[in-house]
Design a protein around this ligand. Structure first.
Ligand code: GTP
Ligand code: MG
Length: 425
């Protein structure tokens, strides 16, 4: 459709028409409900709070069941996230519930909130990867994105720990946070009231955004706005049943009395259950998708170079952005390749120069040795000549001596003959 057609279409006035009879699209909500019921729902709760603060007990109390629990040690080497998924059924509604425990959080040696942030981001990333697939199956995808973070505050009655403030600040743009004061039976009523006010003012002054129960839907606006004023909920958890009057109720029994979990004058457990499960579960799921996931997705896509408008404020085109990115990438690749090639050539040149230098040194050494050798040879030749001359002189002398000797021998041997001749005569 051309841009002008689009403009005309969107500017066109909508007309209200009355129907002549029953058409049937008023069954749409029923269709949606029945589809959702058959599909089932997933709901994922993240429990953050120091070891032994009562996370598992509260989960068991909330869902009125016994989830597998494994006590955490105070000596974990780092914070680790432990998700456990359960299939629950009430009437004909199926709920795939995942409870994620931040094991080891708040212990002296490993206070770090980073593994929690990473875990939340990983669930967003998995969803984004599924969305970006050519063949997506979001219909039966097990959505593991965290819908709510129950942040367990230690009932000190003092003020929030800086760890709590830092962690909540890091998490508030990624997840719906509902702060709760755990083990509220260990703090007196007047202290609790002051503690709640202090916590809220600290959260506000540190700019921590906690989840607000929505007040835009008329049906729940009133109850939600009342409940917002009760935050943070002070809760007590227990799976123990105690007889009160002639009824068995979940409670914690002490020598001085009984704290009933579901008694609103004892604690805010019922308020938490109402708000979390019965009134706002769908809003928590929706907020996760439309606010937190959307923010993650936007940042991630912007990081990858995608924008809604290009620098000239032209509407964004996925294909153009992709082409530009591809060109940028190829250009970068070429530049890198050229750099590598140049580096290789330089290296070869360097090695060649080194080899040449070595060859020259060797040649010089060889010439030097050759000269020494020639000199030695010349000296030996000279010596040989001298010796030969000496030998010749010696031989000459020897011959002379021999000649002389033979002459004298001849002379001595002729003398007796002469004497004999003289005697005969
Ligand atoms: P880890 O998973 O090991 O970190 O502990 P957790 O936070 O799951 O605590 P858990 O539910 O195992 O409870 C620890 C202890 O606190 C148990 O002895 C519980 O009975 C007790 N407890 C739990 N909830 C409450 C509560 O509301 N008030 C009081 N006074 N004690 C509680
Ligand atoms: Mg536990």
């Amino acid at each position: 459709m051309a841009a002008t057609d689009l403009e005309r279409f969107s500017n066109e006035e909508k007309r209200n028409l009355s129907l002549g009879g029953h058409v049937g699209f008023d069954s749409l909500p029923d269709q949606l409900v029945s589809k959702s019921v058959t599909q089932g729902f997933s709901f994922n709760i993240l429990c953050v709070g120091e070891t032994g603060i009562g996370k598992s007990t509260l989960m068991n109390t909330l869902f009125n069941t016994t989830f597998e629990t494994e006590e955490a040690s105070h000596y974990e080497s780092a914070v680790r996230l432990r998700p456990r998924t359960y299939e629950l059924q009430e009437s004909n509604v199926h709920l795939k519930l995942t409870i994620v425990d931040a094991v080891g959080f708040g212990d002296q040696i490993n206070k770090d909130e980073r593994p929690i942030v990473e875990y939340i981001d990983t669930q967003f990333e998995n969803y984004l990867q599924e969305e970006l697939k050519i063949r997506r199956s979001l219909f039966n995808y097990h959505d593991t994105r965290i819908h709510v973070c129950l942040y367990f505050i230690t009932p000190t009655g003092h003020s929030l720990k800086s760890l709590d403030l830092v962690t909540m600040k890091k998490l508030d743009s990624k997840v719906n946070i509902i702060p709760i004061i755990a083990k509220a039976d260990t703090i007196s009523k007047s202290e609790l009231h002051k503690f709640k006010i202090k916590i809220m003012s600290e959260l506000v002054s540190n700019g921590v955004q906690i989840y607000q129960f929505p007040t835009d839907d008329e049906a729940v606006a009133e109850i939600n706005s009342v409940m917002n004023a009760h935050l943070p909920f002070a809760v007590v958890g227990s799976t123990e049943e105690v007889k009160v009057g002639n009824k068995l109720v979940r409670a914690r029994q002490y020598p001085w009395g009984v704290v009933q979990v579901e008694n609103e004058s004892h604690c805010d457990f019922v308020k938490l259950r109402e708000m979390l499960i019965r009134v706002n579960m769908e809003d928590l799921r929706e907020q996760t998708h439309t606010r937190h996931y959307e923010l993650y997705r936007r940042c991630k896509l912007e990081e990858m170079g995608f924008k809604d408008t290009d620098p000239d404020s032209q509407p964004f085109s996925l294909q153009e952005t992709y082409e530009t990115k591809r060109k940028e990438f190829l250009g970068e690749l070429q530049r890198k390749e050229e750099e590598m090639r140049q580096m290789f050539v330089n290296k070869v040149k360097e090695t060649e120069a080194e080899l040449k230098e070595k060859e020259r040194e060797l040649h010089e050494k060889f010439e030097h040795l050759k000269r020494i050798h020639q000199e030695e040879k010349r000296k030996v030749e000279e010596k040989r000549r001298e010796l030969e001359e000496e030998m010749n002189a010696f031989n000459r002398r020897k011959v002379a001596v021999e000649t002389l000797q033979s002459h004298s021998f001849q002379a001595t041997s002729q003398q007796p003959l002469k004497k004999d001749k003289d005697r005969k005569n």
